[in-house]
Structures are given as structure tokens and as C-alpha cells.
Write a protein that binds this ligand. Structure first.
Ligand SMILES: Cc1cc2nc3c(=O)[nH]c(=O)nc-3n(C[C@H](O)[C@H](O)[C@H](O)COP(=O)(O)OP(=O)(O)OC[C@H]3O[C@@H](n4cnc5c(N)ncnc54)[C@H](O)[C@@H]3O)c2cc1C
Ligand SMILES: Cc1cc2nc3c(=O)[nH]c(=O)nc-3n(C[C@H](O)[C@H](O)[C@H](O)COP(=O)(O)O)c2cc1C
Length: 1157
């Protein structure tokens, strides 16, 4: 506090009766009429303002000492505010202006630009210095409850877990005809002092004895200890009575005092609170009088040690300490007081520092005051200060301020004492008798035995008006953090759309979860999450760390605060079919997410205040209803944030890839924007409907995007590796193909290829997504950058060529016209895409095969000249059902869409700027580095299918077909991705059970190769079981290799399930698993084996269910025990999944979904 040059030390020795009310005389009894003093004050404000030409709202006046230097000072302040109008018309009073403009924040705006001002001579008159302070605007609050919530918010913000932040909360100013808003407490946090009526002795803080009696009179009953927290007594302007609120204990950080060397010191049982927050003073700003403006700084050691604990009229501990030190207290000559006060100071400093609570010693504070004084003298020509307030109570002459001459004068705006509120309060008879008549009571129970009403949840609802006070005037907007996690880029795209919308009223900042520091979370005002779900209900890779850290935060919070559980809305640990979620995340740390269920956490109870209680949030979850754990991760994050006390602006919304995801997103975004504006009181500032139209508008037009030809001399050959590395932020390498063989081809023409790649030992791990080739492990993935089919690319170039004069083979740079703050516009390179020719862009960088999105269809509609094309495109762009039907019938790629609507004439640059990036495809590495560290194998099923229910044209999967057509010597661009949750056991003797139907066998080839290689080195791995399944034997993969492995004992068993091979009965891997139940069960229980599943999501769900049956069949477990055992396996990382996606049955799925709906 003192260190901020606010002379608060007297507050800590505060004794109401000793207050000199040099400020205003205020009536505590609420009257509908304006008090005479009040009227007098209003008049004075007018007068003052009139004295100072140009003193309009927002300006500060130095009414007390109209010296030349002060005039200059005033002028400087106004100039900094940019409001130094000197015209006659500007000479209104601050109060009057504020009332007229209904923008009193302008009057307060001056606070922000005031430099720190020193304490000065008049006791009871203070200059507020809040240049670096947070100001909470609570002027809209009209009830005591609302004030209480705002104060809790202030305490929480200020305390900041010990890293104290200075802040002020501004409640409504004095208004004619209304009562004042008052906080009766001298400080927001203080200890009670109980006076024994008989002998006059006091238990607790004698400094608060009178106020403690007031609290008791209001019905408060304290526990009677030396350090009881006093309740807050709050009076709202329109209420005749104050109301009493117990301080939520978890809001108040206290420091038990210990001494660095004297062990006995702890036995004294001394403690002090961390946050010094003055609450009874008034603030006079340009004629406006704020009667409730609590503010806080942080402590200087001497405040607590020398004054609060040392003063004889306070806790009076010096003698106690001296005696325990063994110093003779009978004579002054032993200097016992001096010695005790030093040790008390040492104890306070030591204890605060040990608990990481901000505190400053008097030497440091004095030095920084000297610096401040110097600066002020240089810049302002003076620095008012009163020597007796500045010099610390202990070791005065050892500090430089002792030797400094000081001049004392007053500056405005200032903090001033006001008459203690209860002095003139007219007590009813009933008040003094019933005690509880005034409502909320504290100390555990009221005298009438009522439970305390903490209303913590309401506290959580207290709005964070972080910058509203100066928001508009100073262009500081409330920050909206938009966090996304994505695998294929959609969530990121939506996050940017959301930011565009929110930027109309907020300061929206988009960040990938992976780049976000979770420490900041609790300090956000508004957080929006946009995330997809991957694997089998898991987070995308770039959301994993975030999930883990927030989960850690929840664990921490709930283990400390909530022993009792409540039922969550959504259970992590169970999907539709009971399969646990969040595989990858949980397996990465001991306290895994998957083992976590919300019944361990409880939702914030009405009596709790979670770490995110100041945070508003909303979650949009992307997913596909084809997956059992539909949008599992988004729902999980939503529940987690809620359980931490965050307040939802809207319920979690799921955008289904199979049904109108984009439309759902847009309406969610509008709803959330609307609610956020309402919540933060911004609805007057923006036309929400107009702004929402942003989502419908094409922000980029052919006038704002263009291609420019790049001089081929400057960019002779496009470096594809560098380009992809930059565009995708990956450590991309180029690998030559060593071989490419067809492993199997079934009767339906479905093929699987086996591709070998040579890798270089020069590969260096560069991004968090990559591992070095030399260190990869079986089970890891390789990401492959495919090249689009040349016929599609050429077709597109031809189709676009009709509207373009650009050479398809000359290097081009995409540019967008960017508007600057000053209104100027310049063309800027679009960093998303490198400079290269159109063919390269369409071949390597852009996704031209995924069915056209609704946003793009809307853009095409705007460029269609035929009415029918326009109408149909608009319908598809706006009607989710029509769109889904169109999409799932024809799976139209871009060229097909353009051919379907021939009148669309769209500029190539505009189209390119709107196309999504071609995403890399992942493949499980099908080899072991122990066999050849410089080779990586891929096993890929080649995707080819006929659209329109099997009657339409052939469509080909981009990457699998690209791989299928590679020849030995061709080079591909790729990168590694580590899959630590799918690695072989570290204890190599443990059994391994592998279930991988179809191409799900891919990683298991790496596993058996690994065992084989180890065996050759003389190391023996545990038993291995393999379960594979195909339609018929001609689809079986690695047939010979498997036989050899079984023959050599590498594979103990290889089970094969055939699903379409009459007369063999239809069999799936699940059936084989059940057949082998005793063996599998034994391996998993007695031998602590590991179980791996690889392939599509539905299969993985079925396998998990089958495994439960295995436990029941072979182990005699009941269903609950089976579930528990499966959970245990997951937690011990002994049940691991690698999910490829879904086995494509999209049309069926969509139809099934429709039916369900
Ligand atoms: C972690 C991981 C590991 C993987 N490991 C492997 C692996 O080892 N081996 C492997 O083969 N694959 C693996 N995959 C899948 C692989 O990444 C690709 O998704 C797959 O090769 C298809 O890519 P593509 O570019 O050929 O097809 P795309 O161009 O992406 O086309 C696929 C799309 O075509 C459409 N489609 C496909 N079939 C049909 C149909 N019958 N009817 C209608 N539409 C259809 C769907 O829209 C589907 O999304 C893995 C995936 C992941 C996430
Ligand atoms: C391998 C894979 C696994 C998936 N797993 C799930 C899942 O478990 N639940 C779900 O709702 N969606 C799942 N999806 C669908 C994605 O969440 C969906 O495609 C989403 O729109 C992708 O958004 P993104 O581009 O931001 O990652 C999965 C998709 C793939 C390819």
C-alpha cells in the first residue's frame, strides 16, 4: 500500500473515534431528500468546475491550491486525456457534464492518467494513484448484495493467490435525493475486537472494537477468537439499512506468522491477512463524490509488524515477543521494544515471503519513494508529501526519506476520510434487540441459528468490468480469448470467424490451445472454446496439453474444496456404449483424464467459488455423429470449465459434420455474441443484428483479393518442402520411395498398398509434432502430404481460366487489400499460401476434393449469373438439410460443383483465398527401426468409391491414391508424429494382445518386427497375440510374414476372422476375442499384459464391449467390475487405441441419424 504512495498506514492503526473527518460530513441515515451537506457539496462542485475553464468531465481540478504549478498540472492532465477544450462552451461542471452525457466514466477517466501522487500533509486527505491499478466499474450496482459480489470480485482479483494486484472498485457516486453507497468497514478485510463489558479487555484487534460492536448490533455473531474475520457491512444508496455479509473464508488469504530462527514464535498464534484494502474513504473527482470506492495495494512490513501487532492500542505484542526472546522488559535500557519490533518485522517479512505473498520492506519502499519523488519533481515541479507519513515507524533514520525535506499540499482528485457511517445512523429499537432483522449474518450461524448465505455462485456471477470504465473512451475493450484445437483445420477457421464477429465489441484474440498458457485462464473475462474431437472422443493433438492442464487445475481445486460429490451432466469415462474417453490425454499422465469422472469433481455449489468464477465461457464442439463419442472433447471441456466455477454464456453446442455443422456454428456464434454483449453491458454500443450479419457477409470480394505475378528471377523454383513446412508449421522432410507393392486386392477391387520410404538420419526434430526418424518407435505415425489428382487440377485450371488472365504456370502471390487504422489500405501478401504457380497451389496446398462448404457455396451464389444457379446455390448455402442431402449424395468435389453450376464465374484469386488447406493424412508406421532405422513402411487401404448410391462417378481418396501410384524413387513430403500412447510396454516381458482388423494391422507389423529384432539381439519379449479380420482370405495382409512369425514363435497366436467368406460363418475380430477369452484374461490379469486396438472407431467400441464380456466370461466379473477393470487397464496404460476414423458408411449414417431425429 505504502509502496504505492498511498498513505494508508494510519488505516491499520485505525480507530474510528480518532478519525478527523476533513472530508465531507455525511449523513448515514438515508434520506430521500438531498442532505444540506450534500447540496452544499454539489454547489461546490459547480463552483470549482466553473473556476477552472475547460474542466469538463474527465478533467481533474486542483481546487485546493490554485498555484501556477497546479494549473500546469491540470493542463497536462487534460492534455493527456485529449480533453483540454478551452472554449466557453466547455466550462461545465464535471458533475453536470457527467449527468448530461450519462457517461460518468469520462469523469473518472482522469484517474488512469494520473501519475502516482504522493501522500501529503493533511491527515485524512489522500491522492489516489492508480496508474497501474485495475479499476472495477460497479457504478451500475444498486443493491447491497450486488456490492458484496463486486467486493468479493475485488478481493479475489487483488489477492491473486498472494501475488497482490492493486485495484479499486467504484460504486455509484452521490446523487441528489438519494442515500449514499457506503461500506461501513474501514478495510474490506479486518479482524474483530471483542470488548469484555465487565473489565474492558479486548480479545482480537482493539482497533476494530467499536465496529465489532456495530456488527454485533446488526446481528453478527463472531466466534470470539483473536483473529475472526469481520463481516462486510454494506449500505446501498436506496436502502435505509446496511446489510451484513460474511466474507467467504476462501477469498481471504491469511498468513500465519513464523520466525526464520525462533521456533517458539509460531506458538504465539499470530497471523495477518494478505490484502490491505481501504474501504471507508470517499473519492472526490472533479466534483463527483464517490462514497464507496474501496482500493487496495499491498503491505509494507512495518504496517503489520510495528503498528498492527506492535502498537499498544492494537495487538500489543512487543512485550510478549521480548519476553519470549528473554530480554528484560522491566527497563528501557534493555531496548526490549526495539529488539522485539525488529524480530516481529523479520517474522512478518519471512512469513509473507515464504507463502509468496507480496510484501515490501520499509527500506525498499523508502528507496522507491525517493525515486518517485525525484521523477515527480522533474516532471511536475513538485511532489506533495508529509514527512511523518512517509518515514516508516521503525528504523526511520536508516531510510533515505528520513533525511528528505518534504512539502505538503493537496491535489485533487483525492481520497478523503468521511464520517464513519454508523455514527449518524438512526438505529431502530428492533435493530438492537432482534439483531438478525437486517438479514444476512456471519460467523457460521446467526443468533437465530440461520445458516450463512454465502451466495458464492452469485459472487461468481459478478461481472468483470475489467476495462469498461475507460473502455470506450480509451479504446480498451474487454478481451475475449478464443481458443481452438483442431486436427483438420475447421475449428481454427471457425475460431477466426468468431473473432471477426467479437471484434466488433471486444478485443478478440484467437489462439491455439497448444500455445495458450493455462495460468492465464482464471484472469480472463471471456473465453470461447472451439474444438473438435478426435480418436475416440479424444482431444485433437493440439488440445491435449490444455486439457491436461485444466484437468490438473480441476483436480487441485476440487481436492482442496469439495470433498462431496455431485452428479455431473456428462461423465468422462463413459460414452454411449460405456467406453471411456480421452484416450491420448489420459494416458500421458498419471492422473489421467480418462480415469477422471465428474463425480470426482463436483459442480460448483452455490456455496463455492471456483478459480474460474470470474470467467464467462462458451464452447462450440465440432464432431461427427458417426462417432460414438460425439463431440466428446468439447463436452468434456465445457463440463470442466463449469466445474471450475466458470459461468456459461450458452450451453455447449455440438456441430455435427454430418448435419449442418457450419449453420449450427453460425447461430451459436450469434447467440453467444448477443449474450456476451448483454453480460458486459455493451449492447448499447453495438447493433448486434448488423454485426451478426458479418457471419453472412463475404468479407473478401474480388476487389479485395488478387494474384500478382512474381518475377521468376526472384522466385525461380518453388521449394515445396519449405512451403509446406511454413504453411503447416511442421518439420517437413522429403523421402524417396524404396518400394511400393500391392498387398491385397479383393474381388470388389479394393486394394491395400505397402510403401517403403527411405528416411534420412539427418532429420532433426523441430516441432512438437515431430520425432526424429532415428528415435521413432513402432506405433508412431507418419503424416503424408499428398498431391491432388492432376486431372482434377487441370480441370479446375481450365474451368477458372475462362475468368482469369493469369498464367497457370507462372509464380503468383496471393494478396489481400488490408485496411489500416488510419483508414489507408495496402495490398499485403497472404501468409497462408506461398508464392508459386496456380497449379502448385491447387496440387499441393489446397483441398479441392472435400465437398464444398456452405460458406463457399454462398460465395459461388454471389458469382452465379443464371437465376436458377443462384437460387439453388443460395438454398444449399442456407438450408442445412438440403445441403447435407446434396453433399452425401454426390460428395461433389470442387470441380464437380463448378460444373454443376456453369454460370458461376469466380475469380481464381477469390476462390483460392477461400479454399481450405489440403491436410496431411496420417499413417501408422508399419515397421520397426530395429530392423532398418532408415526405412519406414506404410500400409494403406486405397479409397475409391462410387457416389450417388453406387451409381455416380468414381471418387478417389486423395492420399491413399497418391500413395498407390508412387513409383520407386519418387519423393514424398512427410513428417513424423509421435504416438506415445500406442507404444510397446517398457517392461518387455509383458504379454501383448493386438486387435487390428483391415489396415488396423499396420502398426502391429512394427510390433512383431520389433520383437523379432530384439530376439535376434538376445532379448526376449513377452507373448504376442494377434487378432485380424478381413472380408475374405484374399484381403488378408502380410499373410506370409505372419505365418513366418507364428512359425518362429514371435507371434504366439494369429487369429483371423473372415466376414464374407461362405460357407465360413460371418466372423469378426470380436468373436475371435471372445473365443480366446481365458487366454486373453489370463494375460491381462496374471501377466499384466497390454491390450492394443487399431482401426476404425466403431470397431474399437465393439472391441471394448467384447473385452468386458471377456472379463465376465473368463473372470466371472459382474458388469460393474468389468467396467472397473477396463478403466484400470486404461489408467495403467495397458488398454490403448489408435483410431483411424470411421469405416465409411456416411450415407447410411446420415440416414440413420435422420431416422433417429
Ligand atoms: C492416426 C491415424 C492413423 C492412420 N493410419 C492409417 C494406416 O495405417 N493405414 C491406412 O490405410 N489409413 C490410415 N489412416 C487413415 C488415413 O489417414 C486416411 O484417412 C485414409 O488413407 C484416406 O485418406 P485419402 O486422402 O485417401 O482419402 P480422402 O481424400 O481423405 O477421402 C476420404 C473421404 O472420402 C469419402 N469416402 C470414403 N469412402 C467413402 C464411401 N465409401 N462412400 C462415400 N464417401 C466415402 C469420405 O468423405 C472420407 O472422409 C489413419 C488415420 C489416422 C487418423
Ligand atoms: C480419426 C478421426 C477420429 C474422429 N473421432 C471423433 C470422435 O470421437 N467424436 C466426434 O464427434 N468426432 C470425431 N471425428 C470427427 C471430427 O471431430 C470432425 O471431422 C471435425 O469436424 C473436425 O474438426 P477439425 O477440423 O477442427 O479437427 C473424428 C474424425 C477423424 C478423422
Amino acid at each position: 500500500m505504502w509502496s504505492q504512495f498511498i498513505p494508508v498506514k494510519r488505516y491499520f492503526e485505525w480507530n474510528p473515534s480518532s478519525l478527523r473527518a476533513t472530508g465531507w460530513i455525511m449523513r448515514a441515515v438515508v434520506s430521500k431528500e438531498s442532505s444540506p451537506q450534500h447540496q452544499e457539496r454539489e454547489g461546490k462542485a459547480e463552483e470549482n468546475a466553473a473556476k477552472w475553464p475547460g474542466a469538463e468531465a474527465g478533467a481533474t481540478t486542483e481546487e485546493m491550491e490554485p498555484s501556477t504549478s497546479q494549473s500546469n498540472h491540470e493542463f497536462r492532465i487534460k492534455r493527456r486525456l485529449g480533453i483540454g477544450r478551452t472554449s466557453a462552451g466547455a466550462t461545465q461542471s464535471a458533475a453536470a457534464t457527467a449527468q448530461q452525457t450519462n457517461s460518468p466514466e469520462k469523469s473518472l477517466g482522469c484517474q488512469r492518467v494520473l501519475r502516482q501522487s504522493p501522500p501529503h500533509s493533511k491527515p485524512g486527505t489522500y491522492q489516489l494513484t492508480i496508474t497501474k491499478s485495475k479499476v472495477f466499474d460497479a457504478r451500475h450496482v444498486t443493491t447491497a448484495q450486488g456490492m458484496f459480489e463486486a467486493l468479493c470480485n475485488h478481493i479475489k482479483y487483488g489477492t491473486n493467490k498472494g501475488n497482490i494486484r492493486s485495484a479499486a472498485t467504484v460504486f455509484c457516486q452521490r446523487k441528489p435525493g438519494q442515500g449514499d453507497y457506503r461500506i461501513w468497514n474501514a478495510q474490506l478485510i479486518s479482524y474483530a475486537g471483542y470488548r469484555n463489558k465487565e473489565d474492558g479487555t479486548i480479545v482480537g484487534d482493539p482497533g476494530t472494537a467499536e465496529f465489532t460492536e456495530v456488527c454485533q448490533k446488526l446481528g453478527w455473531v463472531g466466534a470470539g477468537t483473536r483473529f475472526d474475520l469481520l463481516p462486510l457491512v454494506i449500505q446501498a444508496g436506496n436502502r435505509p439499512y446496511p446489510e451484513v455479509f460474511a466474507l467467504p473464508p476462501e477469498l481471504v488469504l491469511e498468513v500465519p506468522l513464523h520466525h526464520p530462527t525462533y521456533d517458539w514464535f509460531s506458538e504465539l498464534g499470530l497471523r495477518w491477512y494478505a490484502l490491505p484494502a481501504v474501504s471507508s474513504m470517499a473519492f472526490d473527482c472533479g466534483g463527483l463524490q464517490f462514497t464507496a470506492v474501496p482500493f487496495n495495494g499491498w503491505y509494507m512490513t512495518t504496517e503489520i509488524a510495528s503498528r498492527d501487532l506492535g502498537d499498544t492500542h492494537r495487538y500489543n505484542q512487543l512485550e510478549v515477543v521480548a519476553k519470549r526472546m528473554g530480554v528484560d522488559t522491566r527497563t528501557h535500557t534493555s531496548l526490549w521494544k526495539d529488539r522485539a519490533v525488529i524480530e516481529l518485522n523479520a517474522a512478518v517479512l519471512y512469513s509473507f515471503q515464504k507463502m509468496n505473498v507480496t510484501i515490501v520492506d520499509h527500506h525498499t519502499a523508502s528507496e522507491s519513494f525517493m525515486k518517485h519523488m525525484e521523477t515527480e519533481t522533474r516532471l511536475r515541479g513538485g511532489c506533495p508529501a508529509e514527512w511523518v507519513w512517509i518515514v516508516p515507524p521503525t528504523s526511520g533514520s536508516l531510510t533515505p526519506v528520513f533525511h528528505q525535506e518534504m512539502v505538503c499540499y493537496s491535489l485533487k482528485p483525492s481520497y478523503e476520510y468521511q464520517e464513519v457511517a454508523w455514527k449518524n445512523f438512526q438505529w431502530d429499537e428492533e435493530d438492537s434487540t432482534s439483531g438478525s432483522a437486517l438479514g444476512l449474518l456471519a460467523g457460521g450461524r446467526s443468533s437465530g441459528g440461520r445458516r450463512i448465505k454465502y451466495r458464492f455462485k452469485e459472487v461468481a456471477r459478478a461481472v468483470k468490468f475489467t476495462s469498461n470504465l475507460f473502455g470506450k473512451a480509451l479504446q480498451r475493450r474487454i478481451k475475449a480469448a478464443i481458443l481452438y484445437a483442431t486436427e483438420t483445420g475447421k475449428s481454427e477457421k471457425y475460431a477466426h470467424m468468431l473473432a471477426e464477429l467479437f471484434n466488433h465489441a471486444f478485443n478478440a484474440q484467437v489462439m491455439c490451445m497448444a500455445d495458450y498458457d493455462v495460468i492465464n485462464l482464471e484472469h480472463e473475462a471471456l473465453v470461447m472454446i472451439v474444438t473438435s474431437t478426435f480418436g475416440n472422443g479424444d482431444p485433437p493433438e493440439n488440445g491435449e496439453a490444455f486439457a491436461r492442464e485444466v484437468r490438473g487445475m480441476a483436480n487441485n481445486h476440487h481436492s482442496h474444496h469439495h470433498p462431496i460429490a455431485t452428479q455431473p451432466k456428462y461423465q468422462i469415462g463413459s460414452s454411449k456404449s460405456g467406453t471411456p474417453l480421452l484416450n491420448r490425454v489420459l494416458n500421458r499422465d498419471q492422473h489421467s483424464l480418462r480415469s477422471f469422472s465428474f463425480d470426482q469433481l463436483q459442480q460448483p455449489s452455490v456455496d463455492s467459488l471456483g478459480p474460474l468464477s470470474n470467467v464467462r465461457f462458451a464452447v462450440f464442439a465440432l464432431g461427427s455423429s458417426a462417432y460414438p463419442n460425439f463431440c466428446g472433447f468439447g463436452i468434456y471441456i465445457d463440463d470442466l470449465l463449469g466445474s471450475l466455477g466458470g459461468e456459461r454464456l450458452a450451453s455447449v453446442t455440438c456441430g455435427d459434420e454430418l448435419s449442418g455443422q457450419e449453420q449450427t456454428f453460425k447461430s451459436w456464434a450469434q447467440q453467444v455474441f448477443h449474450t456476451a454483449c448483454e453480460t458486459f453491458c455493451l449492447e448499447d454500443d453495438v447493433n448486434i443484428d448488423d454485426v451478426s450479419a458479418t457471419l453472412r457477409r463475404d468479407l473478401i470480394t474480388s476487389d479485395t483479393v488478387r494474384f500478382v505475378a512474381v518475377n521468376p528471377q526472384e522466385k525461380p523454383i518453388h521449394d515445396i518442402v519449405a512451403g509446406l513446412s511454413q504453411t503447416h508449421a511442421k518439420n517437413v522432410a522429403e523421402c524417396p520411395v524404396v518400394f511400393n507393392v500391392t498387398l491385397a486386392k479383393d474381388t470388389d477391387g479394393r486394394t491395400t498398398v505397402h510403401v517403403g520410404l527411405k528416411i534420412s538420419n539427418q532429420w532433426i526434430s523441430g516441432t512438437r509434432n515431430s520425432v526424429t526418424a532415428a528415435t521413432y518407435e513402432p506405433g508412431d505415425h507418419i503424416g503424408v502430404f499428398a498431391v491432388n489428382d492432376d486431372t482434377l487440377v487441370t480441370g479446375l485450371i481450365d474451368r477458372l481460366g475462362a475468368n482469369s488472365t493469369l498464367p497457370p504456370d507462372g509464380p503468383l502471390q496471393l494478396q489481400t487489400l488490408t485496411e489500416h487504422k488510419d483508414g489507408g489500405k495496402t495490398w499485403q501478401n497472404q501468409e497462408r499460401l506461398p508464392a508459386c504457380n496456380l497449379r502448385t497451389l491447387l496440387s499441393h496446398y489446397l483441398d479441392i476434393t472435400t465437398p464444398t462448404s456452405q460458406t463457399l457455396l454462398a460465395l459461388l451464389a454471389a458469382h452465379a449469373s443464371a437465376e436458377e444457379d443462384k437460387r439453388r446455390l443460395q438454398l444449399l448455402a442456407t438450408d442445412a438439410r438440403e445441403y447435407e442431402d446434396w453433399k452425401h449424395w454426390g460428395f461433389p468435389h470442387l470441380l464437380e460443383t463448378l460444373l454443376e453450376f456453369p454460370s458461376v464465374a469466380i475469380d481464381a484469386a477469390l476462390l483460392v483465398s477461400q479454399l481450405p488447406l489440403l491436410q496431411p493424412r496420417f499413417y501408422s508406421i508399419s515397421s520397426s527401426p530395429l530392423i532398418d532405422p532408415l526405412q519406414i513402411d506404410i500400409t494403406a487401404a486405397v479409397i475409391a468409391f462410387k457416389t450417388q448410391g453406387g451409381k455416380g462417378p468414381m471418387h478417389y481418396g486423395v492420399c491413399s491414391n497418391y500413395l498407390a501410384h508412387l513409383k520407386s524413387g519418387d519423393k514424398i513430403q512427410c513428417f513424423f508424429r509421435s504416438a506415445p500412447n500406442f507404444h510397446l510396454p517398457t517392461e518387455i516381458e509383458r504379454p501383448v494382445v493386438m486387435v487390428g482388423p483391415g489396415t488396423g494391422v499396420a502398426p502391429f507389423r512394427g510390433f512383431w518386427q520389433h520383437k523379432q529384432a530384439l530376439q535376434l539381439k538376445g532379448e526376449e519379449m513377452g507373448p504376442m497375440l494377434l487378432f485380424t479380420g478381413y472380408r475374405s482370405p484374399d484381403c488378408d495382409l502380410f499373410v506370409e510374414e505372419k505365418s513366418a512369425m507364428v512359425a518362429s514363435g514371435i507371434l504366439d497366436y494369429a487369429f483371423l476372422a473372415l466376414s464374407r467368406h461362405p460357407p465360413v460363418p460371418k466372423t469378426y475380430v470380436q468373436d475371435k476375442l471372445l473365443e480366446a477369452a481365458p487366454l486373453v484374461y489370463r494375460m491381462l490379469t496374471q501377466q499384466k499384459g497390454h491390450f492394443y486396438v487399431c482401426g476404425d472407431c466403431a470397431m474399437a467400441e465393439d472391441v471394448a464391449n467384447t473385452l468386458r464380456m471377456v472379463f465376465q466370461k473368463a473372470g466371472g466379473l459382474d458388469s460393474e467390475e468389468s467396467e472397473d477393470f477396463l478403466m484400470t487397464l486404461r489408467n495403467e496404460r495397458r488398454y490403448q487405441e489408435d483410431i483411424f476414423g470411421i469405416t465409411y458408411r456416411a450415407p447410411d449414417t446420415v440416414i440413420a441419424n435422420r431416422r433417429q431425429q
